[in-house]
Design a protein around this ligand. Sequence first.
Ligand code: DQA
Length: 154
Amino acid sequence: MDHLQTFKNKEKFATMKILILNGPNLNLLGTREPDIYGSETFESFFGQLCSAYPQISLEYFQSNHEGELIDKLHEVGFSFDGVVLNAGAYTHTSIALADAVSAIKAPVVEVHISNVHKREPFRHHSYLSAACVGSIVGLGLDGYRLAVEWLLRR
Ligand code: DQA
């Protein structure tokens, strides 16, 4: 039974595809306001994440353009097993991104590195939260790992 379960898990993980999608200004992680976002680049973090989860296919895409983020959600949204989305400031402005999240089949987990609720009032509202399966805020880059872990175990 245990062996069978392990085998099934391996089979599941082997086919799992997860996209990490970062929005505007997140290409500057490492140098951008390090007191808020830390001093690690996303590329370095993503390398570690891939090493920690060799059994799944992790893809990373970042864009500063709203339409490109929407196009990417459409591209993967019917074939991938999950998306981890940090839409940056579009979180607080974009009904179009929220509609894209609602339109696709893949579950989307919203992540914010900083605790947006402790910051300026305009960061307290997310158009995306209601369309996402859940949100992780304020746990730094570890939030992305926790989101991946959740998608794996669901
Ligand atoms: C952010 C929070 C947003 O308010 C901000 O615009 C970002 C980053 C975060 O990860 O904490 O760009 O999404």
